[in-house]
Write a protein that binds this ligand. Structure first.
Ligand SMILES: [Mg+2]
Length: 398
């Protein structure tokens, strides 16, 4: 079998008119299809600045066309070496490699008439635990009623108050996570203070407490806060998360299924993590639905899969652009048994939603983009001047 063509499908994934929020105005999804001389077509997705990823995929075309798609590792290594002259790969580069790698696994599954999870070693589990996002107790309860057993809230601004309210609403049988989103001005001491205020809530994990490049600060947070630490969503491939795993700086590693470098890299990272008793909770915050399928196949096959992040009800177009939809029972994702990834995109829906930009606009406090009173925590540089308000202990009043 030979690869004969590659096509990219870039689309707007959350325009202002569909969400009522200008903060989502330039989120894109980039899908890829790889065509073979035997008529088998593989589908993949790349994240990490999707419009740039699209160009990178097109640049990689001559590296990939003509190869036998079954030789996934050979093609992966060719792609990496071909981009060395551009410097460190970065997330757009690894997003492009990621999309192609994912499509190759889809082709292999279809060619062998078996699901991707079967190629990865078979099923460890036939359903996947997932969590959703909530910034209010009402939203957390809504997720609980959907059957989800985990909920994540975000920010570093009055976080303990937020978690306390959510815990009171959902009770003790739902896991809560906090994502600090690693704001650039947040140092190790800030993160330790916030972390200590959260210890009483028995969180499943405390995510990105400091900026992801500040690995030494993350080490200090890990040593001083008694909550499992999670990080890794902004990194690329095995080398990006190597220190986090080898030095056991994280308890949970969070590769982004669209930009970590593909299913091949996810499996290697899972094995590296397993050797250090670290679990895997793939990041899915801005990803499209094809990458979500890839995460499901990986989580079905790895022993140390913890939980999958889901933004399943963020924008209606998520349900328009792929078929079939992910099936859930009692909040758990059912692992599909169709050949390959078991999903396809609707090209007409992609064409009807052309990209109109690729950077996020911060919106304004008045346009409905943010929960009341949370705008400044998104504009990180301003929050620095509200340290007392940000870091105060829970229950200390408004
Ligand atoms: Mg995150």
């Amino acid at each position: 079998m030979k690869i004969v063509d590659i096509k990219t499908f870039l689309m707007m994934a959350g325009a202002p008119e569909s969400t009522g929020s200008s903060s989502w105005s330039a989120r894109n999804w980039c899908f890829v299809k790889i065509y073979t001389d035997e008529g088998i077509v593989g589908i993949g997705e790349g994240s990490g600045w999707p419009r740039v990823v699209q160009t990178a995929i097109e640049d990689l075309r001559p590296i990939v066309v003509g190869e036998d798609p079954m030789n996934i590792e050979r093609i992966w290594q060719k792609m990496l070496i071909s981009t060395m002259g551009a410097g460190m790969t970065g997330t757009p580069g690894s997003g492009a490699i990621n999309a192609i790698d994912m499509a190759l696994w889809d082709i292999k599954g279809k060619a062998l008439n078996t699901p991707v999870w079967n190629l990865l070693g078979g099923q460890v589990r036939d359903r996947i635990r997932a969590y959703g996002h909530a910034s209010t107790p009402e939203r957390a309860l809504e997720l609980k009623e959907q059957g989800l057993t985990g909920v994540k809230t975000g920010g570093v601004h009055r976080t303990a108050d937020k978690v306390e309210a959510i815990r009171k609403a959902v009770g003790d049988d739902m896991d809560i996570m906090v994502d600090a989103h690693g704001p650039p001005w947040f140092n190790a001491k800030d993160a330790i203070i916030v972390g200590k205020s959260l210890e009483q809530f028995n969180l499943l994990f405390y995510e990105d407490p400091v900026p992801p490049d500040n690995v030494d600060a993350l080490r200090r947070v890990q040593d001083n806060v008694n909550i499992p630490i999670a990080a890794g969503e902004r990194h690329s491939h095995i080398w990006g998360v190597r220190r986090l795993i080898e030095e056991e700086i994280v308890d949970v590693v969070q590769p982004d299924t669209g930009r970590i470098g593909g299913i091949s890299q996810l499996m290697k990272i899972a094995a590296m993590a397993e050797a250090h008793y670290i679990s895997v909770a793939p990041h899915s915050g801005s990803l499209g639905p094809v990458a979500e399928y890839a995460a499901i196949h990986v989580l079905a096959a790895i022993p140390n899969g913890l939980i999958l992040e889901r933004v399943h009800d963020d924008v209606p177009i998520r349900y328009d652009v792929v078929q079939p939809h992910i099936e859930t029972v009692d909040g758990y994702i059912q692992v599909p048994d169709r050949p390959g990834l078991g999903v396809d995109i609707d090209e007409d829906v992609v064409a009807a939603n052309p990209s109109r930009g690729n950077t996020s606009t911060p919106g304004s406090p008045d346009d409905g983009s943010y929960e009341p009173g949370t705008y400044e925590e998104h504009l990180y540089v301003q929050t620095r001047y509200r340290r007392q308000r940000t870091l105060r202990a829970p229950g200390s009043g408004a």
